[in-house]
Design a protein around this ligand. Structure first.
Ligand code: SF4
Length: 395
């Protein structure tokens, strides 16, 4: 193989190598075209980013100063959606609700405090040039800036993931060079699906270590002698799936480990991890196939294919009783006091409560809002039960 050199490094190059060396090789060394169309979550993320970019660029141009115009953001979202050619009412609605919620959560926004949108940067890490783009940078006061990265992830990051994020650390280094007057840099993941932000910061020592790590990873990509496939749930969103022999074998359910002796715990663990990886991949594939069939079921009542009948049948997924009328009937017929009925029957759903508290944020000042959250958190009753977990230890 010819010696490979990175024309530049970026967060996405390094994280691709960390997550799956084979994916890195297929993309950057073999330079194979990515699978088309890209997996839906990637395309959805792209649409949301494009909408927010256009939206903030327009606010800057119009010197906006006031609450965020929600309708304008939804318009930018539908334009970006059309350009991307995405389909699916559920996903569109999800995006529109998510961005509407985002716009309502912002209080007063002065465009003069938005320092940059999609800010390009270049950094030097040893012999490597690191190239990147920051979603948005805001000025918080005369000494502080906030670096914001939008995320459409379904899961929140753990504290360790936020505090150890390579992406945010690189953004801070870049932001400090572009705005050298900033004494403090707040790092924020804007978790759009959850309606909240995850914050972190870095020490100067951590920033220095970040550049050393990037340099080491750059060298690792160039000196690697093998690029093993690392199968996992991330394969569902890998843009090299069509070029990946390991993924093709996984789809065929190819297995290498079957434990004969359950007393051999190392072998049990190996097989368990292999089965867990394959089942995630097969489950994601089944969802993709379901989506294709669902799409066709919009135009007809049923499909009969390969000896199977498919249809969308209305099914009762949940039964709810209207609160006021149900309590009234119980009060009248069972003669129970309403306080007792509240205690025995009502459970407040966490998602509904979160949504209510978020919607109140606009009408309450920040200290009252924080106090309300803290008081409700203190009231929460938690059920704790043992949960079986498995986490890979990278060696
Ligand atoms: S499909 Fe999975 S194993 Fe294959 S290249 Fe992509 S991430 Fe790696």
């Amino acid at each position: 193989m010819m010696a490979f050199t990175n024309p530049h490094l970026s967060f996405s190059r390094i994280s691709r190598f960390e997550q799956c060396p084979l994916s890195f090789k297929l993309s950057y060394i073999d330079r194979l075209p990515v699978s088309q169309p890209l997996p839906e979550p990637l395309r959805f993320g792209k649409v949301v980013h494009a909408a927010l970019e256009q939206f903030y660029r327009d606010l800057i141009e119009q010197k906006h100063d006031g609450p965020l115009p929600e309708a304008r953001l939804l318009f930018d979202f539908s334009e970006a959606w059309k350009r991307e050619g995405l389909q699916g009412l559920n996903l569109f609605t999800e995006g529109a609700l998510m961005l509407g919620d985002y716009a309502r959560r912002q209080h007063h926004v002065a465009a003069s405090n938005v320092l940059a949108v999609e800010q390009e940067f270049r950094l030097q890490a040893g012999p490597f040039t690191v190239l990147g783009y920051i979603d948005r940078v805001d000025r918080l006061d005369d000494e502080t800036i906030e670096v914001i990265d939008y995320k459409t992830n379904r899961q929140l990051f753990t504290r360790d993931e936020v505090d150890g994020s390579l992406q945010l650390a690189l953004y801070e280094i870049a932001a400090r060079r572009i705005w050298p007057w900033a004494k403090r840099v707040k790092l924020t993941f804007e978790m759009l699906r959850h309606g909240l932000q995850q914050h972190t910061s870095r020490t100067p020592e951590q920033l220095a270590a970040t550049l050393q790590y990037v340099e080491a990873m750059g060298r690792a990509t160039e000196e690697a002698e093998s690029f093993p496939a690392r199968l996992g749930s991330h394969c569902a969103t890998c843009d090299q799936r069509a070029n990946c022999p390991a993924y093709a074998e996984a789809l065929q359910g190819k297995r290498s480990t079957i434990t004969a002796d359950p007393r051999d715990l190392e072998a049990v663990a190996r097989e368990r991890e292999e089965v867990a990886r394959l089942s995630k991949i097969l489950f994601a594939r089944k969802n993709e196939l379901d989506e294709v069939l669902r799409h066709h079921l919009r135009e007809r009542d049923e499909l009969v294919l390969a000896g199977t009948r498919y249809s969308l049948t209305p099914t009762t997924t949940a039964v709810h009783y209207p609160t006021g009328r149900t309590l009234k009937v119980l009060q009248e017929r069972a003669a129970l006091p309403v306080v007792e009925l509240f205690e025995r029957l009502l459970v407040i759903d966490r998602d509904a409560l979160d949504a209510l508290v978020r919607s109140l944020a606009r009408d309450l000042d920040r200290p009252t809002h924080l106090l309300l959250r803290a008081e409700l958190e203190a009231l929460a009753e938690r059920t704790v039960s043992p949960r079986f977990t498995a986490k890979e230890i990278r060696r």
